[in-house]
Design a binder for this molecule. Structure first.
Ligand SMILES: Cc1ncc(COP(=O)(O)O)c(C=O)c1O
Length: 405
């Protein structure tokens, strides 16, 4: 099946486009849309072409998009979904390669009730952020790492995946098209959510016959309501997030449904989230529901090694390099719960949380506090170093930041 075609089983919410589309004109512009009336799309050839509710982008590199900001309360952004203007869709048949995708107006999608993702959880997601700089430039942080992780995950889940270049082009196109939803500097970021799913119909257990790669975005503020204030974690001793040989190391959707029960119970008791132990010994740290964990003792920072049951976080990898460059000794190895309870500081890392200091850990009813009820010195130092890089405030000696022009 031709991958660039408008996806037969997936369509933007109907009835939103009341005005005809204008012929291609001028530099590529992605006009802001309001919820009731969508504006004409004004696009530039040969890079972009359009049909009905679809905008096709071959090489999205123009910065001449509207600088108008979306109409929301930018001072009170949380980590909740805010609908934006466009989403990106690309599809391909099983055994084939993704070829060309397109931007569509953001809206609901249609799936067969028999779709692989709905019946057998054949799906992956990614998460990355775009920041707006004071000078108007837009920055992405290590997006090729997300592309590579999606590829590895797709292989584990028997799915075809976009190439790194296709992934990057799609991310850039989606960010540009939704530029007005990137928060002003210092107010947050645009969270980018790529999805890869078995969208074809299947009844007997098997890989789906068709796959869809989709990207949507949402402006976000802090993930934990605490912000940079310390979070309170509880160690889960009965339920496990992952097992050796399983899928803990890839961002497959089922990993997240599986942690909801423990997370909900923890939240009911006033904790921010759950820290998981390994399923073999029930003694070594794994990770939090959606972030990696680090333990600080003196000048040494330890974090569980990547061995198949935890997600290889891009923030984790970056923090390790930043910490080493700042003179810390960093060890990736088994970290026992005893070491955790004896730590000077504990913090979590992830795209959504960036660096989140841990104020207390409760293990088998015993509560241990860290950082004297404030943000630990090391957590604060690493948080500042990383966010300054991500926001383009500090010089990017690592070559991690991608600037969209
Ligand atoms: C289970 C899990 N661990 C760790 C992370 C952190 O990964 P990253 O730093 O790449 O966002 C995530 C991010 O979503 C996650 O879902």
């Amino acid at each position: 099946m031709e991958c660039a075609a408008v996806f037969a089983g997936l369509q933007a919410t109907p009835g939103l486009c009341h005005r005809p589309l204008l012929p291609p004109r001028g530099p590529a512009e992605f006009p802001p849309l309001n919820r009731r009336q969508f504006c004409p799309l004004i696009v530039k050839q040969p890079h972009v072409s359009h049909c009905n509710n679809t905008l096709r982008v071959a090489s999205p590199t123009s910065s001449s998009v509207t600088s108008e900001l979306g109409d929301i309360d930018w001072d009170n952004l949380g980590f909740g979904f805010v609908p934006t203007d466009y989403m990106y869709i690309m599809k391909c048949a099983q055994g084939k390669n993704f070829t060309k995708g397109e931007l569509q107006r953001f809206g609901n999608i249609e799936l067969s009730p028999s779709a692989g993702i709905l019946n057998y959880g054949q799906g992956l997601f990614e998460g990355l952020k775009a920041y707006r700089k004071d000078d108007g430039n837009i920055l992405l942080f290590r997006p090729e790492e997300n592309a590579l992780r999606l590829k590895i995950g797709a292989e584990r889940m028997c799915m075809p995946s976009p190439t790194v270049e296709q992934f990057l082009d799609a991310v850039k196109a989606t960010v540009f098209a939704n530029k007005r939803w990137i928060p002003p500097p210092g107010k947050g970021s645009l969270y980018i959510r790529p999805l890869l799913m078995g969208s074809g119909a299947v009844l007997g257990l098997a890989p789906a016959p068709e796959y869809t790669f989709l990207i949507y975005v949402s402006p976000v503020g802090n993930y934990f309501k605490e912000g940079l204030a310390p979070i309170n974690l509880v160690v889960e001793t009965e339920m496990h997030r992952a097992t050796p040989g399983g899928t803990g190391s890839v961002k497959t959707i089922g990993n997240y449904a599986a942690v909801l029960k423990a997370q909900s119970a923890a939240k009911e008791k006033g904790y921010s989230d759950v820290l998981y132990l390994d399923s073999v010994h029930n003694r070594y740290l794994e990770e939090v529901s959606s972030c990696n964990v680090f333990v600080v003792k003196g000048n040494t920072i330890v974090t569980p090694a990547i061995k198949g049951t935890i997600l290889p976080g891009i923030t984790r990898k970056s923090i390790i390099d930043v910490a080493v460059s700042q003179g810390f000794q960093v060890e990736e190895r088994f970290v026992s719960v005893d070491e955790l309870l004896d730590a000077d500081e504990v913090f979590c890392t992830g795209t959504a949380v960036v660096v989140s200091p841990v104020g207390s850990i409760t293990y088998l009813g015993k509560r241990v506090s860290y950082g004297g009820n404030g943000v630990g010195v090391v957590s604060q130092q690493l948080y500042s170093a990383l966010t300054r890089l991500q926001m383009g405030i500090a010089e990017d000696k690592m070559g991690w930041v991608v600037q969209l022009k």
